[in-house]
Design a protein around this ligand. Structure first.
Ligand code: NDP
Length: 448
């Protein structure tokens, strides 16, 4: 790294030494931005790197709620409003016991570049809580969501900040959060949350969008090598929202998904997951809120609580669970087994060593900022439909999503070529996403 980028990075570490995943996300971006920073001195002259790594605002708050035994519980809530140069803050809410301010800063930072890549006017933000919805009753989740919104509602709005879902925040939670917002403000807010149910303003294809978009992105990468998804063997991690719909799109395109996981273990179904089995998984995960192990018992296939699906031979790998879930040894195993493409449905699922292995081996590697941008893209389309007081059909939304993913791919690919490393989507996506935000910041003056 050059001395300018290095000094910015060192300050980030110095200021918040405990925020490891945030440091990791910043380092990856700064390293890949170097050719752009060298080519255009205006970014250093305008202190863009120093400004872009510092959130515009962080809100942290107490969330008391009632447990089923009637006892008061307390969790911590956050909203990181990272960058609003190109539009209102936009990004999901994560409810998971591992949530910290540092984790949300990493996710909010990634969101800046991802949202810019979509071509829609959305800034970057992220929020959530260390509340764990797992094992809680609906009433407990409702109590938590209402009390979370009791503070959050002051900080959001259609032209300010529009949260959505993420890990632990699906349709049920968005419904409770939206209901609370409406009661508190006596206002529908036009579009104050995305991922809403279609009965109250949600967009069709929003639940599917991240998973579908990831597969659309992988399809585009494969096209550069005159390949497609048909007949490909695919391993997917996770079995939540992104994993389910990535699997569905693979089935649509004639690919065979042979593995899925959750935080307890993973299943291997060599015959492949068909539509019927996927419907069973959706019921298991979204209604019964059970474990993926039950799939192995029900369909009589293997289950393991050790290792990961990345030890299997596959053509396409789609990490769709969580950050840092693919380590160096697993990346090597995938490459040794001749994987053609890796598409990140999750945010930062591959550790830096794994990314290096993918880039060195010249396989097709689609980083999350580009490959999983389908979710926020359809959130952007949900905002557009709400503003119009109208809705688009499923087909219209899906076509727009597909077009956006093709454009993101083209922009990342073209930018990688322009900066001398054709096919390096990490470099291409980071630089393409950065240039628009950085130029908008310069045009708006140094206080922006
Ligand atoms: P869900 O909560 O619906 O599903 C998460 C899945 O990942 C679950 O199967 C969960 O298992 C599993 N998981 C979580 N932590 C771990 C872990 N430490 N090891 C193994 N598996 C784990 O979340 P989403 O599907 O919405 O999100 C998945 C990823 O995609 C996240 O990185 C998220 O940031 C990213 N993403 C999501 C978008 C969206 O629109 N939803 C948009 C863009 C990115 P378990 O049930 O056991 O916890």
């Amino acid at each position: 790294m050059d001395s300018y980028s290095e000094s910015v990075y060192n300050k980030v570490v110095e200021k918040d030494p405990g925020q490891k995943v945030f440091h990791q996300a910043v380092l990856e971006v700064l390293e890949t931005l170097e050719p752009a920073i060298q080519k255009f001195p205006k970014y250093k002259e305008n202190a863009i790197l120093e400004r872009i790594v510092e959130p515009e605002r962080i809100i942290q708050f107490r969330v008391p709620w009632l447990g089923k035994d009637g006892k008061i519980q307390v969790n911590r809530g956050y909203r990181v409003q990272f960058n609003s140069a190109i539009g209102p803050y936009k990004g999901g809410l994560r409810f998971h016991p591992t949530v910290t301010q540092g984790m949300l800063k990493f996710l909010g930072f990634e969101q800046i570049f991802k949202n810019s890549l979509t071509g829609l006017p959305m800034g970057g933000g992220k929020g959530g809580s260390d509340f764990d919805p797992k094992g809680k009753t609906d009433a407990e989740v409702e109590s938590f969501c209402h009390n979370f919104m009791l503070e959050l509602y002051r900080h959001i709005g259609q032209f300010i900040d529009i949260p959505a879902g993420d890990i632990g925040v699906g349709g049920r939670e968005i419904g409770y959060l939206y209901g609370a917002f409406r009661k508190l403000t006596n206002d529908h807010g036009t579009c104050v949350l995305t991922g809403k149910g279609p009965l109250y303003g949600g967009s069709l294809v929003r639940p599917e969008a991240t998973g579908y978009g990831t597969v659309y992105f992988v399809e585009e990468m494969l096209k550069t090598q005159k390949q497609d998804m048909k007949g490909k063997t695919v391993c997917v991690s996770g079995s939540g929202n992104v994993a389910q719909f990535a699997t569905e799109k693979c089935i649509d395109l004639g690919a065979n998904v042979i593995a899925l996981s959750d935080s307890s273990g993973w299943i291997h179904d060599p015959d492949g997951i068909d539509r019927e089995k996927l419907a069973w998984i959706k019921e298991l995960k979204n209604v019964r809120r059970g474990r993926i192990k039950e799939y192995a018992e029900h369909f009589n296939v293997s289950y393991s609580s050790d290792g990961s699906p990345w030890s299997l031979k596959c053509d396409v790998a789609l990490p769709c669970a969580t950050q840092n879930e693919v380590d160096g040894a697993e990346a090597k195993a995938l490459v040794d087994n001749d994987v053609l493409a890796v598409g990140e449905g999750a945010n930062m699922p591959c550790v830096p060593e794994a990314i290096e292995i993918f880039l060195e081996s010249k396989i097709l590697y689609g980083p999350g900022k580009a490959a999983n941008a389908g979710g926020v893209s359809v959130s952007g389309l949900e905002m557009a439909q709400n503003s119009m007081r109208y809705f688009w059909t499923r087909e219209e939304v899906d076509n727009r999503l597909h077009e956006i993913m093709r454009n993101i791919h083209a922009s990342a690919y073209k930018t990688s070529e322009m900066f001398g490393d054709k096919g390096n989507y990490v470099l291409g996506a980071n630089i393409a996403g950065f240039l628009k935000v950085a130029d908008a910041m310069i045009e708006q003056g140094y206080t922006a």
